[in-house]
Write a protein that binds this ligand. Structure first.
Ligand SMILES: C[S@@+](CC[C@H](N)C(=O)[O-])C[C@H]1O[C@@H](n2cnc3c(N)ncnc32)[C@H](O)[C@@H]1O
Length: 185
């Protein structure tokens, strides 16, 4: 019973990702806005999404939280914001699909304040090499039917390779919830 209560208190993975974030938050690839009603503590949320139809759906959910929300059409590789603008950046199930993950990460670093953090739930390349090879073999076909989703993106390695410090909150099979701190300027 105690465990059930604890799990309920923690909430869904989406709640755990965004609920307690404070200050100004940027969510990249917001899609239809599934996370937007779950922000509780942010001063404001700016959300970008390259697909204008999805961005309009996200925009329509603005009234589902008391947190002020602005939705813009845009891509993570070219963020329409000034340097050091945000306290937090959120990415949920986005880095598998971005066309240029390195450039997107560089942009996220640029718009984060020096003491800011990137919060991600992503699926990543499996750690077992045989399974990873299967995921890589399937990805060329999968990415064509699943909006450029890559099953073999080594997103955590990408972060670490660029000097980010990665704190793992939760891992379930290939899904991870992490907070990443950018390298010192
Ligand atoms: C699997 S959906 C996830 C949507 C949403 N984040 C969620 O958790 O429900 C992937 C999203 O990434 C977006 N996306 C793809 N390429 C992107 C890019 N270069 N920059 C930002 N978002 C991108 C897609 O348009 C889509 O909305």
């Amino acid at each position: 019973m105690a465990n059930t209560t604890t799990l309920r208190a923690k909430g869904s993975w989406r709640e755990q990702l965004v609920r307690d974030l404070t200050g100004d938050v940027l969510e990249i690839g917001v899609g239809s806005g599934a996370n937007l009603p779950l922000y509780r503590a942010a001063a404001g949320v700016w959300a970008i999404e390259p697909d204008a139809t999805l961005a309009a759906k996200a925009e329509s959910r603005r009234g589902e939280t008391s947190v002020p929300i602005v939705v813009k059409v845009g891509a993570a590789e070219s963020l329409p914001f000034e340097d050091a603008r945000f306290d937090h950046v959120v990415s949920s199930l986005v880095f598998c699909s971005v066309a240029d993950p390195e450039r997107a990460l560089g942009e996220i670093r640029r718009v984060l304040k020096p003491d800011g953090a990137l919060h991600m739930v992503e699926h990543i390349r499996p750690t077992t090499s045989a399974v990873a090879a299967v995921f890589s073999a399937v990805t060329p076909i999968w990415s064509r039917v699943a909006h450029n989703c890559h099953l073999d993106r080594p997103t955590i390695d990408l972060l670490r390779g660029h000097g980010w410090t990665v704190h793992l909150h939760r891992r379930r099979t290939v899904f991870v919830h992490v907070t990443a701190i950018p390298p010192a300027p």
